[in-house]
Design a protein around this ligand. Structure first.
Ligand SMILES: Cc1cc2nc3c(=O)[nH]c(=O)nc-3n(C[C@H](O)[C@H](O)[C@H](O)COP(=O)(O)OP(=O)(O)OC[C@H]3O[C@@H](n4cnc5c(N)ncnc54)[C@H](O)[C@@H]3O)c2cc1C
Length: 510
């Protein structure tokens, strides 16, 4: 059967892959164009194999996911019900400095006074920056929800927040909603052959049920394999080898203990040759060890993970995932764009992958339908933006490693100056004298604001020498007021916000 014979003036998008990337892309594009109403110029088909499993991890999001889900038309309560979701208000990094129980937070809410007064020079102990300028760390340490039951769903008026979601359930929910509400066509079959007329143009994909699908745009969401962009069009990978060392992960689903709390943040605990993520859902925890096989063995990595979760979970089966850390040089090539793992992957330390999927899908939605003649321009612009974003992500992830004082070979190698990208070295050279400022991140496509860099850098104890510009820092009164105001806001939050688990249970019961 040749679907191209089904002539219409609509442009056809074929998405290969039904993991989170495939379904999020389908949902975002279909919702934006109101495909279900049938009047737009797009036709979207998603084909996924029932024989090739999804990666099944990826449970921490960015705050951007709130608007994404809202725009798709999903009720937040429904998302919580179906995906055993919980709130995420930031990341807590434990043992990243010297491994003796030290920790710092990267909260999602910016420091108080941000954009008005540079607070760092006025905070006595720089490592205490997040605590002195932001309430969210205090709220997280007490396992509180980001809002009260009186507030509307999706309301982030009190605190910026994201989600922890069951990855499998999330893709299933997006699939059901995309099919029933958004007009996305779904084919369960395996792509067996990809016909390309050049290394810039995919003609069609042939499925194991005999169907041949043609499209104006093919979206490669086939996961690490990158069937279309990588295998067929041969696009090369920009590797992060020598900068980010991790290439493996072991993942576990850990049942909750009795009387459990749900942590409203992702905890990343540094280990001898990697780090362990701990993500609280309402139904269980997702726990995994990300590590480098250059510095440890799989057996030792599993031992470390099992020590972390404790003996009582000794019967849980861990799943090993290998990855090549890096990203495709051209993520949109000809009539093929890769979204998700097929476009690239680096260790999930700041949960950047789903956010990049949201950005890519939104870009597709904004550009399509598109005459073929304009595709080279649009793809070139996209590639330029994505290259910049990937480089910024790599720099930001590396930042978490370079001020460690740990003695294990993995950590010593991680702080070796030869492993630090030049772009990050340049930033650090400036920040030595004044710390990261908003103007350093002025690109419209910037991902992490100066606040994120401040939380991580200062949290690790990096203290700029503010003396060269001391004449700028004559706002002690204002800064003291901000610190006092933060204490007041913190007290208000601590006395009004509910416990995270209680909130979810009561909200879902109402
Ligand atoms: C250890 C780890 C932890 C992570 N943690 C986070 C996190 O906390 N936050 C975050 O944002 N991201 C995280 N990620 C990334 C996140 O998991 C992925 O970005 C997300 O799941 C999207 O995956 P995907 O859809 O691209 O690929 P997959 O889930 O692998 O899906 C691939 C799809 O392609 C289909 N397919 C493949 N070949 C064919 C074929 N020939 N024919 C038809 N269909 C085919 C498969 O059936 C499947 O449906 C993590 C990743 C890893 C490895």
């Amino acid at each position: 059967m040749n679907h191209s014979s089904n002539t219409s003036q609509k442009q056809r998008i074929v998405i290969v892959g039904g993991g989170t990337a495939g379904w999020l892309t389908a949902a975002i594009v279909a919702a934006k164009h109101k495909v279900a109403m049938g009047e737009c110029g797009l036709d979207i088909t998603l084909v996924e194999s029932s024989d090739i499993p999804t990666v099944g991890v990826g449970e921490g999001t960015w705050p951007t996911m709130r608007n994404t889900l809202k725009d798709i038309g999903l009720s937040e309560k429904e998302v919580f019900r179906r995906c055993s979701a919980a709130f995420k208000q930031g990341g807590k990094f434990v043992n990243w400095v010297n491994g003796d129980g030290d920790f710092y937070y990267h909260p999602f809410t910016v420091p108080l006074g941000y954009g008005r007064v540079e607070m760092a020079p006025y905070v006595g102990d720089i490592a205490n920056f997040a605590n002195a300028t932001n309430f969210q760390q205090h709220v997280c340490e007490r396992n509180m929800a980001p809002r009260t039951l009186n507030e509307q769903e999706y309301s982030s008026a009190q605190s910026n927040y994201a989600y922890h979601l069951d990855a499998g359930a999330f893709a299933d929910m997006l699939r059901d909603f995309s099919k029933t509400e958004l007009g996305v066509k779904h084919i369960v079959a395996t792509v067996e052959d990809v016909a390309a007329t050049s290394n810039e143009h995919i003609e069609s994909v042939t499925l194991n049920n005999g169907m041949v699908l043609k499209a104006d745009l093919f979206v490669d969401c086939s996961g690490f394999r990158s069937l279309l962009l990588g295998e067929t069009l041969g696009e090369s990978v920009v590797s992060t080898d020598g900068v980010l060392f991790n290439n493996s992960a072991l993942a576990l689903h850990v049942p909750h203990e009795e009387d459990f709390e749900i942590k409203p943040y992702t905890q990343a605990t540094a280990q001898e040759a990697g780090w362990i993520w701990d993500i609280g859902l309402s139904s269980r925890r997702g726990v995994g060890h990300v590590y480098s096989t250059e510095f440890t063995t799989d057996e030792r990595a599993e031992e470390v993970l099992r020590q972390y979760v404790g003996d009582k979970h000794g019967d849980l089966k861990a799943r090993t995932i290998r990855f090549n850390s890096g990203y495709k040089k051209r993520i949109w090539k000809g009539n093929c764009i890769a979204v998700g793992l097929s476009a690239g992957f680096v260790e999930p330390l700041e949960a950047t992958a789903l956010m990049l999927i949201e950005i890519s899908a939104r870009y597709i939605a904004e550009q399509m339908p598109l005459p073929e003649s304009a595709m080279p321009i649009v793809s070139q612009r996209f590639n330029k933006q994505m290259n910049y974003r990937w480089q910024r992500i790599i720099d930001f992830l590396k930042l978490h490693y370079i001020f460690n004082q740990r003695s294990e070979p993995y950590w010593v190698a991680n702080r070796d100056p030869s492993t630090i990208p030049d772009s990050l070295k340049e930033d650090l050279e400036i920040w030595k004298y004044r710390g990261p400022q908003i103007a350093d991140f002025s690109a419209a496509i910037e991902l992490f604001p100066a606040a994120s860099y401040q939380y991580v850098l200062y949290g690790m104890g990096f203290s700029p020498d503010f003396s060269l510009q001391s004449h700028f820092y004559n706002e002690r009164d204002l800064a003291d007021k901000v610190i006092q105001q933060n204490q007041l806001i913190t007290q208000q939050k601590l006395s009004s916000l509910p416990n995270h688990r209680d909130y979810i249970e009561q909200w879902l019961a109402s």
